[in-house]
Design a protein around this ligand. Structure first.
Ligand SMILES: [Zn+2]
Length: 102
């Protein structure tokens, strides 16, 4: 664990591709499990026509397509924040560090 610069998901500890810019981004499985503060699943995506943007090139919706207008989300009860990644895509990171390394 942690040798050779490998990264682990801060939520579940799964190994993720190393990214020095985002050392605490969550893995793909956790990314797909994000919910709002009531436990309702939400999905972040790069902006698409017809949806209001949270920030440049980032939008979020519930499963029924209605907009979710905050970058804050939750995974296993841990508050996280979604951002547009510097080189495209989306990163979700915990607001506070918790998990395998405390
Ligand atoms: Zn994970």
């Amino acid at each position: 664990m942690g040798e050779g610069g490998a990264q682990a998901c801060p939520i579940c500890g799964a190994p993720v591709k190393e990214n020095p810019r985002y050392p605490d981004y969550v893995c793909g499985d956790c990314y797909r499990r994000v919910v709002d503060d009531t436990g309702r699943p939400v999905q972040y995506q790069n902006a698409s026509p017809g949806y209001p943007n949270l920030i440049e090139n980032l939008t979020a919706t519930y499963a029924d397509g209605s907009p979710y207008m905050t970058q804050t989300c939750y995974i296993d009860g841990i508050a996280c924040r979604a951002d547009e990644a510097r080189f495209g895509g989306i990163v979700v990171r915990p607001l506070q560090k918790k998990g395998p390394w405390g």
